[in-house]
Design a protein around this ligand. Sequence first.
Ligand code: SF4
Length: 326
Amino acid sequence: MLEVDHLSVEFAASSGVVHAVRDVSYSIGRGETLAILGESGSGKSVSAQAVMGILDSPPARITGGAIRLDGEDLLQLPEARRRRLRGAGVSMVFQDALTALNPVFPVGWQIAEMFRVHRGVRRAEAHRRAVQLLDRVGIPRAADRAADYPHQFSGGMRQRVMIAMALALDPQVLIADEPTTALDVTVQLQIMTLLKDLQAERSMALVLITHDLGVVGHVADRVAVMYAGSIVETGPTRSVLSNPAHPYTKGLMRSVPTASAKGARLEPIAGSPPDLARIPSGCAFHPRCPRAEAVCKERTPMLTTVAGARHSACHFAEEVLHARTP
Ligand code: SF4
C-alpha cells in the first residue's frame, strides 16, 4: 500500500548540510503495523513528515527516492492532488496534540472542518460526523465536549481528539509519531489499544514511530531500526527483538529494563548519536560500536538479508545474529 523507496532528505543549516534521512526504504500493507524505532535525531519523524508531504520547502529538501501510495509516486504529484491525499491517503497523529490542534477553535469544529473542506459535507452533517468520531475514540459526552477547546482536555483525551481528526477522512495509512510519549503509563496503554482497535476496524496500515521498545514488542508486526538517518536493521518484530542482528539493536535491548532481567544492570550505549552534518565515515555507528573493526571505519555496510525476512546493515551481521552473548 505504502512504499518508501530509497528516500533521502537534507536540511540546509548554518553548520552545514544535515543528512536527516539517508536512503531509507520500507513498505507496508493493509492492516499491517510497522514500527520505526530509534533514538531522538535518528530520522524517524523526518521520514514520516516527508511521507506526509510537509517537508517540501526550504530548508528541507528531498534529494532522492520515491514515496508510492498504491503505486502512485506522491513526490511527483501536483500540490493540489497531494493536498487531497493528505488526510485521505495518509494521515498523521502528532506527538504533541496541544500544539498540533488549533487552540482558538472548538475541537468539534476542527474535525467538522475536515468533512466540509475535503468532502463538501454541509455544516450540520459535518458536525454530526465529528461528534460520532469523538464518541468512537472514547470522549465521554461527545456531543457536549465537541464545543470545548483543546486546552480544556487532559493529555490523554487530547490525544484521542487528535486521533479522531486523523481518522476523519478514513486514511489508508495512519502514521502515529510517538503518540503516547507525553502520557502516563495507564493512558499510554489505553491509547495504543484504541489505535489497534481502530486499525483493525478500518484495515488501515499503521506506521508507528517510537523509541519505546515495550510498545514495539506489543503492537508491531515488523520493525525497522534507524540510526543516523538510515535503517540499520529490519524484520519481524519478535525475531528482531529476541535476537538482534545489529550491534545497535543489541545495545538498545540491553539499555531497557525488562521483568525477566530484574536486578540486572542496565547498559546504556556508550557515546551519543552523531551530528547529522558530520556523519562518521564507513558505518555511522562505528565510534560507539563494541564490535567495530578497522573495516567498519572504511566501508559503509549495506542492508542485506541475514535470515528469512531479516535484514541488517553490519559487516558482521551473521556473527552478531549467532553470537551467544546478549
Ligand atoms: Fe559495528 Fe562494524 Fe557492524 Fe557497524 S559494521 S555495527 S561498526 S560491527
